[in-house]
Design a protein around this ligand. Sequence first.
Ligand SMILES: [Zn+2]
Length: 329
Amino acid sequence: MTCVLAIDIGGTKLAAALVDEAGSVLCSATRPTPRTDVMSALAALIAEVTEGGPPPLAAGIGCAGPLDLATGAVSPVNMPSWRGFPLREEVQKLTGLPTVLAGDAQCFALGEHWLGAGRGSESLLGIVVSTGIGGGLVIDGAPLLGPTGNAGHVGHMSIDPYGERCECGGRGCVERYSSGPNMVRWALANGWTPAAVGTNAAIDRSNETVVAATGGPSAPSGVQADGRALARDAAAGDPVALAAFERGARALAGMIASVAAAAEVTTVVVGGGVSAAGEVLFEPLERALDDVAGLPFVRAVEVKQSTLGVRASLAGAAKLAWQAHPPNV
Ligand SMILES: [Zn+2]
C-alpha cells in the first residue's frame, strides 16, 4: 500500500495523517500548537503518525499564511515564533521526502474538491469564513497557487471601493463585512445584545469554532457576544442579528459573483466556523446572488456548505502531495 504524509498547520492545532490514493486516512494525530518551538512539536507529531504505517512517498503541507512559495517560508499571523520560517525545507530535511507547501485555505479548497462538497466540479472556489476570510481556487482540477502562493485571497477583494478601511490596508474588503468578528461588531454597534441562553436554546451544529469578537464574556448577561451567539439569535428571529447576516451574506455574494465572472468557477464551497450558522447565512446568500449576479453563467454558480469541515485542509494537503508525486512514477 502506498500513501503520502499530509500536514495541516494552524494557530491552534497541528494535524498530520497518512493518506492513501483514494483519500482514506491510514493513521492520524493532532496536538495543540505550542507558542514556541513549533518545529519540535511538529517533528514529534510526524514521528507518531509515520511510526506504524507504510513509508510515505511525499509530504504535503497546508499552513496558515502568509507564506512565500518561492522560498518555502511561512509567517503565520497567529504564530509569532515563525517569521520567514523555512517550513518546506525543514520538513524535507526531517522526513527526506519531496515536500509541497500551500496555504491552508488553498488546501481546504483542494480537499473539498477531491473528497467533499465540491467533488466532481471542474473549477471551484473554497472559502473559509471564520475570524478572517480565506480562500483557494481549484481551476480545471488543479490548485491555483500563484507565483508566491498567495492566489485565492478572496477575503481581501474589495466589494466597495468607498467602504471601510480594512486591517490589511485596503478598503472595502469583504472580510470587513462578512467575517465572524466583523458581523458581531456591526451587530453590537446596531443595538444587538446576545440573548441569554435557555436550557433548550443551546445549539451546537458543528465541531468548528466561531471566534469571539471580544475574546471574553460580555459582562451583563454572561453570554459571549460571538458569531455563535449571533447565529443563534438570527435563527431565533432577532432583527439585528438577521440584518448582520444579511449584510455579511450580501458582501460574500458580491465577491462570489466577481470570482465567478473572472474565473468561471462552477462551485463555491463555504466552510469555517461562520458557515455552521447554516440557513441564516446561506438563504440570504442565495437571495443576494439572484440580485448581484446578472450573466447566466455567473448566477449558475452553485454554493454549498463544506462537508469535510476541519478535515478539509488535511485532505487537500494529501492531494497536494499526490499531485506532486503521482503513484507508479
Ligand atoms: Zn483587506
